[in-house]
Design a protein. Structure first.
Lengths: 598, 248
């Protein structure tokens, strides 16, 4: 089944967001890194070269926040066109598909904190105007943002309004002559605050909750000031400060969108940031794998390189195969978004297309930031004591990575969003989740109706995925019935459902990608091995998660039935994951890092 | 000025090289290819010469279908024209040089630029061979280039100093690291490069004059021994060199 997104001129037929839970996509219908065009590869390579030659060598200086250095780098990237990647041509950009901005985010990752600087400017600093600016605002600011003549920042968070971002107290009051809003308040943790020229600031008009709005505020205006640099655990090369607004006169022309549109702007921009954050985290994880693999090939203990030891190999293999799964998810989603956008040029309609995949974007954010933390943590472990020394690159990577689980919506907030958005879509009738849940409940009760077997390449794994989908539908349906409107208070259950959804999407994406490569005549031995281990572990994890969730709200005989159903659904043939990981590790060591490239 | 730049596609320097089943070539399976790093200096110098003296820059590569990728990079860097001399066989340096010399002759190149070496087979031979075949001067491994009218002045880094050489156009030069800072292609130019034509022509059949009979990976490094500086150690050292290393 295909959903449709209606646009003014065209009707594009594309899978709906969240549809992966209900239906299996065809391998040829999904986008994979193997489908990158030559231009896209060249953009990736150019970004990689720039990072390697121009950024990495000056990271120690960037970490000291040497004045002007980050701005210079941004300007160089602007000259190359990288800042205009999501800006329309008429405003000085080149407006490439989202896949390109995700690949750029991935390739920028080894630059450490600078990739946060870049993201705060190119993504959350510029996109509010790209999507919500009126023609005058676009003409005034976008060409300068595209060259980094001015640098952007995004000011939503406040000292007392973090995850609960809409609870901020920054206030905007229309002046008596109706020409200005008087802005008062304090924003916290604002990336690029040290040198940004333009802030997108969220404030409540007249302090009224329903009038939460966004304003474009220039640094030079009277009453704008910043605090001292925060002393951070990582991404030290990025500037993070408080920004204070003391009776700042903001011309009414600088209201972004309409009064009351603040929540829509804030959440849409964070959503467009999330898929790039996930892609960036993937890049960081691959970089950490490269660092760790090389180290393991050099370090000798007990008369041999530590790369010979099984437990070292297992770590390298595990990072690599999780990267493969996340990579498959990241670019599959990129493809969905780009297909949905198609030839659409209207900003609002484009945002709708991206919003359609908000669930997938949250999945990417959480999976990406968690594989990154896993990779840097094991990376340090592979380095032993040397990993604890600031002399080694892995030490910085370890500190830099931690922020990714915190900003652009903490991973807890994103975990709540995943089932929350799915249920909302189901109730609105945007996603046929309920009929699917009913079908599943029949199937689950009568195993003869079971249609999860799959005899394609990695068929065993695909049938596990089919069953994971059933578990998700079964659990969500049962929990919704049990708790009704109080389901919101069952975060632990919802988080477990979110985790199973993520494992499902990642497993399926990795299998479909491998099938697509095979169908195109490519070599897939390594890919298939990575999938086997990933899906095997996904099934084990899902079994535990589902059991814990069910035990929360089912009792007695019903519980017995549920548990035996879960056992049946998570049953899978034993896999020699030790041997498979050794094979994968061999490929990692031969490649000095992540064994696939594009 | 008619500027010709020869570029080649080589395995990424970070790739671990494996030897192919035939034992005489690199196994290209799963290998990531890049523009030969030294050729980037040549390309950049060619573009700078055009900026200074006007004219056209033609990029040429001898290779298979995949060599188009490096030519696309050259087009993205704004060369005027790209030529692929299509040859799926791995010719020796002479065969490649002959193809390139033919192109240089055909476009009446005033200057032909190369990287000092191609980092795959490292023969260092192509640039001087092309010069020989064209019967024009060649200056290898330059780190500075000045052209006034038809007179060429180039600097070469030599052990402990530098050498300044003059010649006159037409000539061949090969670039050393430090000649310039190659530019990064701009994204809009990368996007435009896909629709620019690459002129393809079959390679003429030229018999190779040499033949590779074997490729071997370097031997794994053996275990080192550190000795002290007493007389006994020196005796031990002589013994080891004679009996174990068998070098004296
Ligand atoms: C280096 C850095 C750069 C940043 N850059 C920017 C920027 O440029 N612009 C900007 O506007 N903001 C920025 N932020 C702010 C960032 O987005 C917030 O820190 C983040 O949203 C979390 O808010 P908080 O820190 O107040 O944590 P809190 O919201 O106080 O959260 C504390 C803990 O409670 C959990 N929690 C909160 N609510 C719930 C809930 N409903 N259910 C379950 N758990 C919950 C959280 O997940 C977290 O674990 C930045 C932060 C940092 C550290």
């Amino acid at each position: 089944m295909k959903g449709t997104i209606m646009t003014a001129e065209t009707e594009v037929s594309i899978p709906k967001g969240g549809m992966f839970l209900i239906e299996q996509a065809l391998p040829e219908a999904i986008f994979t890194p193997e489908d990158f065009s030559d231009e896209l590869k060249m953009i990736g390579q150019t970004t990689e070269n720039f990072v390697e030659n121009e950024i990495v060598p000056i990271i120690p200086r960037l970490e000291k926040l040497e004045a002007g250095l980050s701005e210079d780098l941004l300007r160089k990237l602007g000259e190359m066109g990288l800042l205009g990647i999501e800006i329309a041509e008429e405003y000085g950009g080149i407006d490439l598909p989202k896949t390109a901005s995700m690949l750029v985010a991935e390739k920028l990752a080894p630059s450490g904190g600078f990739s946060t600087t870049f993201g705060a400017h190119q993504s959350i600093g510029s996109l509010p105007i790209v999507y919500f600016g009126n023609p005058e605002q676009k003409a005034k600011y976008l060409p300068k943002l595209a060259t980094a003549e001015i640098i952007g920042a995004y000011a939503l968070t406040e000292p007392n309004a973090g995850s609960d971002a809409l609870s901020g107290t920054t206030k905007a009051t229309l002046s008596a002559d109706g020409k200005h809003y008087i802005l008062e308040g304090t924003k916290m943790w604002i990336t690029n605050a040290g040198f940004a020229n333009l802030f997108t600031v969220f404030a409540k008009v007249d302090g009224a909750k329903e009038k939460f709005s966004a304003f474009l505020v220039e640094r030079d205006w009277e009453g704008v000031s910043t605090g001292a640099e925060e002393h951070k655990m990582g991404i030290k090369s990025s500037s993070t400060r408080m920004v204070m607004f003391d009776k700042v006169k903001v011309p009414v022309e600088n209201l972004l969108g309409e009064v009351g549109q603040g929540p829509k702007i804030a959440f849409n921009i964070l959503n467009t940031g999330r898929f790039k954050l996930g892609a960036g985290a993937l890049g960081g994880a691959k970089a950490a794998l490269g660092i760790a693999a090389k180290y393991s090939l050099e370090r000798k203990q007990f008369g041999q390189t530590i790369s010979n030891f099984g437990m070292m190999q297992e770590k390298l293999a595990e990072i690599a195969l999780r990267c493969f799964a996340v990579e498959s998810v990241v670019y599959r989603t990129a493809g969905l978004i780009d297909d949905a956008i198609g030839e659409e040029t209207d900003g609002f309609k484009r945002l709708k297309c991206i919003e359609e995949y908000a669930v997938e974007c949250s999945v990417i954010k959480v999976l990406g930031s968690e594989i990154l933390d896993f990779a840097v943590d094991e990376g340090v472990q592979i380095h032993g004591g040397y990993g604890f020394s600031a002399e080694y690159a892995i030490e910085r990577a370890y500190r830099d990575s931690r922020i990714q689980r915190l900003y652009e919506g903490t991973n807890e907030i994103n975990r709540m969003l995943i089932p929350g958005m799915l249920l909302k879509r189901a109730i609105k009738g945007d996603l046929p989740l309920l009929p699917a849940a009913q079908r599943i409940s029949r199937e689950v009760l009568d195993p003869s109706l079971d249609a999860s077997a799959d005899d394609g390449l990695l068929g065993e794994e695909m049938s596990v995925v089919n069953n994971l989908k059933k578990i998700v539908l079964m659990l969500s349906g049962a929990a919704a019935m049990k708790f009704g409107p109080k389901l919101d208070h069952e975060q632990e259950v919802l988080a477990r459902i979110a985790d199973i959804i993520m494992l499902t999407y990642a497993s399926e994406s990795a299998i479909l990608r491998t099938r697509k490569i095979a169908a195109n005549g490519g070599e897939t031995a390594l890919h298939a091995n990575m999938v086997r281990v990933y899906v095997h572990d996904a099934a084990e994890k899902a079994a535990t998660l589902a059991r814990e969730a069910v035990c929360r709200f089912v009792e007695g005989d019903d519980l017995t039935v549920y548990l035996s159903t879960l056992r049946r659904l998570t049953k899978h043939a034993p896999v020699n994951t030790v041997a498979l990981r050794r094979t994968i590790a061999k490929a990692v060591l031969e490649a000095n890092g992540y064994p696939l490239h594009y | 000025m008619n500027i010709l730049v020869g570029i080649s596609q080589v395995p990424d320097t970070a790739t671990k090289i494996a030897i192919g089943a035939d034992g005489t070539s690199i196994d290209t399976k799963g290998v990531k290819f890049i523009v030969n790093p030294y050729d980037e200096f040549a390309l950049e110098e060619g573009l700078r010469l055009r900026e200074k003296h006007g004219g056209t820059v033609t990029a040429v590569s001898v290779g298979g279908e995949s060599a188009k990728e490096v030519l696309r990079t050259a087009l993205a860097m704004q060369v005027d024209k790209a030529i692929l001399v299509k040859s799926e066989v791995n010719g020796d340096s002479f065969a490649v040089a002959k193809q390139l010399a033919d192109v240089a002759k055909e476009i009446a190149a005033d200057i032909v630029l190369f990287g000092r070496q191609s980092v795959d087979y490292d023969s260092f031979q192509v640039p001087p061979m092309v010069a020989e075949l064209l019967d024009i001067p060649s200056i290898t491994m330059i780190s500075k280039l000045d052209i006034v009218g038809t007179s060429v002045t180039a600097e070469r880094d030599i052990e402990g100093g530098k050498e300044t050489i003059s010649a006159s156009l037409p000539c061949v030069v090969s670039a050393q690291k430090g000649l310039n800072e190659p530019r990064y292609p701009k994204l809009p130019d990368i996007m435009k490069a896909k629709s620019k034509p690459i002129e393809e022509r079959p390679a003429s059949t030229i018999a190779a004059r040499t033949q590779v009979i074997g490729l071997d990976l370097p031997l794994a490094k053996g275990k080192g021994t550190i000795l002290g500086d007493t007389d006994a150690d020196i005796t031990e050292l002589l013994k080891l060199l004679h009996e174990e290393a068998k070098v004296i």
